[in-house]
Structures are given as structure tokens and as C-alpha cells.
Design a protein. Structure first.
Length: 294
């Protein structure tokens, strides 16, 4: 298809131009994002994009792609533009009401699945605190058919997204979603074999230095805990004392190595034992795990 200037835009031409354009706009992964947007518009796989690199775009396809490209260049995350992201190999709807799931959080789910497999009970229960998009709860339910999950969040908008993700992934019958302020309330259900959470933890200088892409687009309530960056960890360990089974597990994500010692101390002082620190792919401390031993 010819553009208004007479140019025919093939896939290969558009990928090259948009990659350079996004790079000039400060996008960190311009090639990946250009491919992702083009795959979305053309409904093609990555392999199909490159097998058909000489294919020209229609006028409608070109207009749709340019619209996405312009919005992305203005600082809107690509996941919000497309309305979905991938997590643990599954598709999740996302919008500005929920935090965009990160690859690091997959480590938490992988560890939970490992724990569940080692418990070897016919039925298990888990609590996901601050479920957001539901990526943790839904992924747990997909991987562990013998697990029933309660998922709580303070945001009704986030819970609506999480419920839809549970439906889309075929696990809505095993997840109970509830609106709850975990800092002031606690679930009526108990005990749980596992409490999992990716709580708000970006505070102080780390909040001040957060990129505009995140700070200006993703929900502040899911990121910023207030002046006390450890408040949710204290609350979660108190919850573990009252809501975990004997030998049950609390597993949480942390902001990095800078929080490791403090969160470890909070876990230990609450009576949790066999505390384990799991590092992410870059070597940062990312997951803290403790066992309830009353």
C-alpha cells in the first residue's frame, strides 16, 4: 500500500523505520516493541512477520500501526496500548488499573508451584494479597489443579481485571476474589497453606528515581506503600502468624538486594523459619520465603 507520499511500506521497511523512531524517543527495547505492535496489528506470529517481510501493509493496517507508534512515543506502556501482556506463558488483560506483570514475579509463582508439589496433599489453599491483574493467583490455579485460592485487592477496578483474567484462563471456579484493605482487615477464611504477595514496596529515593514510564502510568497504589517501605511486610508476617497452617509458607516479592536484610529480619522476628532468599536473573534479591513453625 502506498502512503500519502507514494511510498510502499513493507513489513521490513516499517520495522526498520519504527525501530529507529522508538529508539530516538528513548524506548529501551525498540526492536522488540516495534515487532510486538506490528504482530498485534497484522495478527501474525514473530516467525510469520519475518517469513513475510516483503509483504506490504494495507492503508488500514498502516494507520492502525502508526496510531500505536505515536501513542507509545508519548510514553504510554505498550502493554496498556495493546491491552494485554504475557506472564508464565499465558495472556493477561491489563489496563492502567493494574500493575503490569514483570518477569521477576514469575520466580515467585515458580517457587509456589514447587512448594505445592512438595506438600503432596489432595487439596490445598492459598491467599494472594494484592492480586492486581490476578497474574499470581491465576497462574497458580493453572499450574496447581488441587489448589483453591483467595485473591484480595483494595481496588475494585483491579479486581474486575483479575476476574476477567481468571475467566479467560479457565480457572474462575477455583479463585475467590474479594475487595479488602489488608492493612486494616484480614480474610475470614483460614488457614492457608500458602500466602503469596507482590506488595507495594517502592518508597523513598527509589520512588523518587522511578522512571516516568512507570510512575506516570501504572497505579501508584500498587507501587508506593507510603513513607514506610516495609509496612506491608510487617502486616504480611502478622497475617502469617494467624492465617497459615502449621508448616505453611509466606512468600513475597521484594524491591531488590537493598531490602533483603530488613525483610529477612521482619520474617525472623515474626517467628518464620527456614527463610530463603531467591535472586532474579540479574542477581538481585527478589523473593523472600519463610515457613510458619508455631
Amino acid at each position: 500500500m502506498k502512503n500519502s507520499d507514494g511510498k510502499i511500506w513493507r513489513i521490513v521497511d516499517l520495522l526498520k523505520w519504527s525501530r529507529n523512531y522508538l529508539s530516538e524517543k528513548g524506548v529501551e527495547s525498540p526492536q522488540i516493541e516495534a515487532e510486538w505492535m506490528l504482530r498485534h496489528v497484522l495478527n501474525l506470529s514473530r516467525l510469520e512477520i519475518y517469513l513475510n517481510h516483503e509483504r506490504p501493509l494495507t492503508a488500514t493496517e498502516l494507520a492502525d500501526f502508526k496510531s500505536l507508534l505515536i501513542q507509545r512515543s508519548r510514553g504510554i506502556p505498550i502493554q496498556y496500548l495493546l491491552g494485554y501482556t504475557e506472564f508464565m506463558g499465558h495472556r493477561f488483560k491489563v489496563n492502567p488499573a493494574v500493575l503490569i506483570p514483570r518477569p521477576e514475579t514469575e520466580l515467585l509463582v515458580e517457587k509456589v508451584v514447587e512448594i505445592i508439589e512438595n506438600i503432596k496433599q489432595q487439596s490445598l489453599t492459598a491467599l494472594d494479597v494484592g492480586t492486581g491483574s490476578g497474574c499470581i493467583a491465576v497462574s497458580m490455579a493453572i499450574a496447581c489443579r488441587n489448589c483453591r485460592i483467595s485473591a484480595i485487592d483494595i481496588s475494585p477496578e483491579a479486581l474486575a481485571v483479575a476476574r476477567q483474567n481468571a475467566v479467560d484462563n479457565g480457572v474462575a471456579d477455583r479463585i475467590l476474589f474479594q475487595k479488602m484493605d489488608i492493612l486494616n482487615d484480614r480474610p475470614a477464611e483460614k488457614p492457608f497453606n500458602i500466602i503469596a504477595s507482590n506488595p507495594p514496596y517502592v518508597a523513598g529515593e527509589y520512588w523518587n528515581n522511578l522512571t516516568d514510564l512507570v510512575k506516570n502510568n501504572e497505579p501508584r497504589i500498587a507501587l508506593y506503600p507510603g513513607k514506610d517501605g516495609l509496612i506491608f511486610y510487617r502486616r504480611l508476617t502478622r497475617l502469617a502468624q494467624t492465617h497459615l497452617t502449621d508448616a505453611g509458607y509466606l512468600i513475597t516479592e521484594i524491591g531488590g538486594t537493598y531490602q533483603e536484610q530488613e525483610v529477612h529480619r521482619i520474617f525472623h522476628e515474626s517467628g518464620l523459619r527456614d527463610i530463603e532468599i531467591i535472586r532474579d536473573y540479574s542477581g538481585e534479591s527478589r523473593i523472600v520465603l519463610g515457613k510458619h513453625c508455631p
